[in-house]
Design a protein around this ligand. Sequence first.
Ligand code: URA
Length: 191
Amino acid sequence: MDLQEKKKLLEEIEAKVQACTLCPLYKQATRGVPGEGNPNADIFFIGEGPGKKEDELGRPFVGAAGKLLEQLLQHIGITRNDVFIGNVVKHRPPGNRDPLPEEAAACWPYLEKQVEIIKPKIIVLLGRHSLARFLPGKVISQVHGKPFRKENLVYYPMYHPAAALYNGSLRDTMFQDMARVPVILKKIKNS
Ligand code: URA
C-alpha cells in the first residue's frame, strides 16, 4: 500500500472516531483523539487513553506524559514524526479514570485497523491497559523491556510514561527499556 492510500485510510478512521458513539465516553469528551504520526512507521506506541490536554487538542501524548515520551524518543535519536502514536481508547475517560473493559473492547476495531494499515514492525505497549489488550494475562512489572513475538508482530511492553511521573524510580528503567527498541528493530529487519 502506498503512502497516499495509507493516509486516506487513516483519515477515514479519524472521521469515524470523531463521530463514534460505540461507547459512552464520547458524551463527556471534547473530541476524539484518533492517534497520529508516520503512516509508514516501524514503531507504533500505544497508550491508554487521552488525558485533559489530549482531549482539548485532539492529539495523543501532548501533556506531561507526552513530554517524557518525547524525551524517550530523543534518547534513541528519533522524534514523534518518525513513529505512530495511539491509544486503547480514543475519547477521554472522565476525570482520567481507567478505561472500562467494555470501552476498550468497543474501541478495539479502530486500533486493529490502524495497525493493519501502518504495518509497524514493533508495537510498544505503554502501560498495563495497552498490555492487557494485546498480551492478556501479562503483568507489566514482570514483562517490561521484553519483546514478545505474536502473529508476525513484535510487542514490546514498557511502563506508561505517566507512571514514571508519579514514581521517579521508574524513569531510569524506562530509558533503559527504550534503548533496546532500536536494537530489537534492527534484529527484526535483519531476520
Ligand atoms: N496518556 C495516555 O495513555 N495517552 C495519551 O494520549 C496521553 C496520556
